[in-house]
Design a protein around this ligand. Structure first.
Ligand code: BTN
Length: 245
């Protein structure tokens, strides 16, 4: 996939660039990476801080033949791939917070935004957006993000070669994507559990039924987070934003 990486300078969001390419019919694995995003997007309509030359701001086109309800599993797969790439290349102890955040020392290092395009035949394509805060220093963050965000530079104490890291991310994505397409979620789920900072932790979650609290005990067959409540009952949580307590 590394040969399919297209580089751009300043864009609003690489998600939009990747969507345009996907609509034109580029093969899966085509990726775009920008130096800077002026309207970088996070999950839940949030903004993603993407200053020039400081990070990996990248979106990858995927065309998996999977049922629509399996699409959230692509987020888990991407998380495992990016976490592996970061650990291999930088030695920074990144861990995955369910479903899509990579943390170091409890602070956010990377986010993944999976967007899908659905047509009459089901999933047409998905865009995996990957934002890795590579070479941001404390001063590069606006004050309101400083306490909850970190970077590979801050954690590892030295700048990261972004070219190398982007190539490694694509290699790992390629490997884990093939694994997923060949063997399903199971091997990805085991790798996810190994790299997770959520498992074994007490977590809270806002649901339409109210606040839910329990211990994260694993990933279910569909990729939902298994939460054991104090009365011993286990619920699978499929979406939402969890708080590590
Ligand atoms: C999150 O909220 O945790 C997800 C952040 C995803 C950011 C990446 S950066 C590349 C791609 N382009 C965007 O606008 N967002 C994603």
């Amino acid at each position: 996939w590394a040969g399919r990486l297209r580089r751009l300078d300043t864009v609003v969001s690489t998600q939009e660039e990747a969507k345009l390419l996907a609509e034109k019919g580029v093969p899966e694995g085509t990726a775009v990476m920008a130096e800077e995003q002026t309207g970088g997007r996070g999950t839940r309509g949030r903004r993603w801080h993407s200053p020039k030359g400081k990070g990996i701001w990248m979106s990858v086109v995927l065309r998996p033949a999977i049922p629509l309800q399996s699409t959230p599993q692509l987020t888990l797969l991407a998380g495992v791939a990016v976490c592996s790439a970061i650990r291999k290349l930088t030695g920074v102890e990144a861990g995955i917070k369910w479903p899509n955040d990579l943390l170091a020392r409890g602070r956010k290092l990377c986010g993944i935004l999976l967007e899908s395009n659905v047509g009459p035949g089901g999933l047409q394509y998905a865009i995996a957006g990957i934002g890795i805060s590579a070479n941001l220093s404390e001063e590069d963050y606006p004050a309101e993000l400083r306490n909850n965000a970190t970077s590979l530079l801050i954690e590892g104490g030295m700048p990261v070669d972004r070219e190398q890291l982007a190539a490694e991310v694509l290699r790992e994505l390629d490997y884990h994507y093939k694994l997923y397409m060949d063997q399903g979620l199971k091997p990805i789920a085991r790798l996810w559990e190994e790299q997770s900072v959520t498992l074994g932790r007490r977590i809270g979650l806002k649901t339409p039924q109210g606040w839910l609290e329990g211990t994260a005990v694993g990933l279910g067959e569909d990729g939902g987070l298994l939460l054991r409540a104090d009365n011993g009952s286990v619920t699978s949580v499929c979406s939402g934003e969890i708080t590590l307590i």
